[in-house]
Design a protein. Structure first.
Length: 148
């Protein structure tokens, strides 16, 4: 005959576990009986038309409509397209063999890269030019370059 698998220590552990569960259930019931919360209604608070916290709900007749929900624009506002900005500058450097150069803007003294594909006429160093800028792979590029 086989011996029972329940040992004394297993029985003791099971008794402790059941006692712990029973104590926890009793504490839960005791808290429920002694709580003075009274439910959700006692926890509610309202804000009146002046922004003060009260226990009474606000009067719907005194509600003010300040904003028309249809006028609210969600996201980034659209920018109005003002068209291309024509800038003026001077050709600082241009290598005809490699087909690129740099233009220095007269107003801000900022340099812009220019490729031979962005030229409408052939330019040389020192020429005064008018151009537009576009974002390229590595920064701003001068495009549609014309002599002034």
């Amino acid at each position: 005959m086989a011996k029972s698998q329940e040992t004394f220590s297993k029985k003791e552990k099971e008794k402790k576990r059941l006692k712990k569960r029973k104590d926890k259930q009793e504490k839960r019931e005791e808290r429920r009986e002694n709580s003075a919360g009274g439910g959700l209604e006692n926890m509610m608070a309202y804000v009146d038309e002046d922004g003060n916290i009260t226990e009474t709900p606000p009067d719907p007749t005194k509600k003010k409509k300040l904003v028309n929900a249809k006028t609210i624009e969600i996201g980034v506002p659209r920018r109005e397209d003002t068209g291309p900005v024509i800038r003026t500058g001077r050709v600082e450097f241009f290598n005809h063999d490699k087909g690129f150069g740099f233009i220095k803007e007269l107003d801000t003294q900022e340099k812009y890269f220019v490729h031979v594909n962005g030229l409408t006429v052939e330019v040389v160093e020192g020429d005064k030019v008018a151009f537009e800028i576009e974002r390229g792979m590595k920064g701003m590029n001068a495009v549609r370059v014309k002599k002034v």
